[in-house]
Write a protein that binds this ligand. Structure first.
Ligand code: ZN
Length: 443
């Protein structure tokens, strides 16, 4: 139960020691975790998990509050009071899970069955380990009468995966922010990488890109498919998609990504290290980027605001020239990007008055990167090193988006943590995979 231990260390006044026997705790932790995986919380069922969490927390004398925009999709808050000398710490996890295709599962997706050293089930990685860790942290802080120098707030939130109606973090932030206002927050979005049975890196999520999607809408003259016209909307759209799809947008590093590549270089093969170091120098960055674009697309995306064509829509018949054609671009902006000027730059690249850029409604607020020079970051780093001597701690910027965005937008320093897994675990059995599972020792 490593995560809870990190949390305890963070909340304890300097010098305090936790006298917790983790071996003894294992059974209880595993029970909560498996119980939570067994509760089917696909969107619309989150209140079931809230009821469970309330029973457990209140059974230990921790009062809870629930907040629901939709009664079936409640959020739960519990608070342990500190002495108020520091501002609160929020520990949160989402209760909902993504859908399942049962035929792809070798066993019950909501069974939390333990087999071959893994706990199998939807939510076993995303996000029930963090939920169970947070729950256990609250119970242990309470049972051990830990003197806290800041309030510790527990939040179980609904609707993270598909918050189309805003029942989860958006609802809590807009309607009940006072309940979750904190200096720091910890949630999913990080984790440890295991190689040859050893934890080699600890990723701490400190930044994420901002979705800034648009539609490209090309207009032209409609007509008969037997008569070629150069103002065909499809020709204009095709050219625009080609240009933006190949556009190498400007590269820019921030604190997180600079530290990330610097540290990654220290644990990489000489060849890779040279490439990561080359990124840090404007004179040599160009060639390194070109390589990453071909071979390490994830890293390439971390360097820039990215533009990826994802959808096309046009035409009603093989013999009809449509008057309109459109493409959707999934744009993921760097945290500090000026979106309006980025769109203006993109219009220059497209260079076609017949193609309009139409922004889609924002799904997350712009969120600044979390700072690395905080007490919280130093503690996360120190505890990682105590637990896994020799581990490299990497601050990381997600190319995706999470509920940390809403918290960062409110000024919280929000960090992503998570479970430990091998590369194979995360590639083939991780969040949103056909089959999800977690190595038992990780929980
Ligand atoms: Zn998640």
């Amino acid at each position: 139960m490593k995560r809870a231990w990190i949390l305890l260390v963070l909340a304890l006044p300097a010098g305090a020691q936790s006298g917790i026997d983790w071996d003894h705790q294992k059974t209880e932790i595993l029970k909560y975790y498996r119980d939570l995986v067994q509760i089917d919380t696909r969107a619309g069922n989150e209140t079931k998990a809230v009821e469970y969490l309330r029973r457990v927390l209140e059974g230990d004398g921790i009062p809870t509050k629930t907040f629901a925009q939709d009664p079936a999709r409640a959020n739960l808050v519990a608070r342990l009071k500190g002495n108020g000398s520091k501002r609160p710490l929020l520990i949160l996890a989402h209760t909902d899970v993504v859908g399942v295709q049962p035929e792809k599962w070798p066993l019950d997706p909501f069974g939390a069955i333990i087999k071959d050293g893994y706990v199998w089930g939807r939510g076993s990685v995303d996000d029930k380990p963090v939920l169970a860790a947070n729950l256990m942290t609250m119970l242990l802080l309470k049972r051990n009468h830990v003197a806290l120098d800041r309030d510790v707030i527990f939040l179980a939130e609904s609707g993270e995966e598909a918050d189309t109606t805003g029942v989860g973090i958006n609802y809590m932030v807009s309607q009940h922010y006072g309940e979750i206002d904190a200096e720091y927050s910890l949630t999913e979005g990080g984790g440890a990488t295991v190689e040859d049975g050893k934890v080699v890196t600890m990723n701490i999520g400190t930044a994420e890109k901002v979705p800034a999607r648009v539609r490209l809408v090309a207009t032209g003259t409609s007509g008969h498919g037997s008569v070629p016209r150069m103002d065909n909307a499809l020709i204009h759209l095709g050219a625009a998609v080609d240009k933006v799809g190949r556009w190498q947008t400007p590269m820019r590093l921030n604190d997180t990504t600079r530290t990330y590549f610097e540290k990654l270089a220290t644990i990489s093969t000489p060849e890779k290290a040279a490439r990561y170091n080359a990124l840090l120098n404007p004179q040599t960055a160009e060639e390194a980027q070109r390589y990453l674009r071909e071979h390490e697309q994830q890293a390439y995306s971390m360097l820039r605001t990215s533009v990826v064509p994802t959808m096309l829509k046009a035409g009603v018949g093989a013999n009809v020239i449509p008057s309109e054609a459109e493409a959707t671009l999934d744009i993921r902006a760097l945290p500090d990007e000026n979106i309006a000027s980025f769109y203006a730059e993109m219009a220059k690249i497209i260079d076609d008055p017949e193609v309009a850029i139409v922004p889609l409604p924002a799904t997350r607020p712009p969120s600044p990167a979390t700072r690395l020079d905080t007490e919280m970051y130093r503690v996360l780093e120190r505890v990682s090193q105590q637990m896994y001597p020799g581990v490299t701690v990497l601050p990381s910027m997600s190319t995706g988006a999470s509920d940390k965005a809403q918290l960062r937008a409110k000024g919280q320093q929000s960090y992503g943590i998570g479970t430990a897994g091998t590369r194979d675990d995360s590639l083939n059995y991780g969040a949103h995979s056909d089959v999800e599972r977690l190595a038992e020792p990780s929980i």
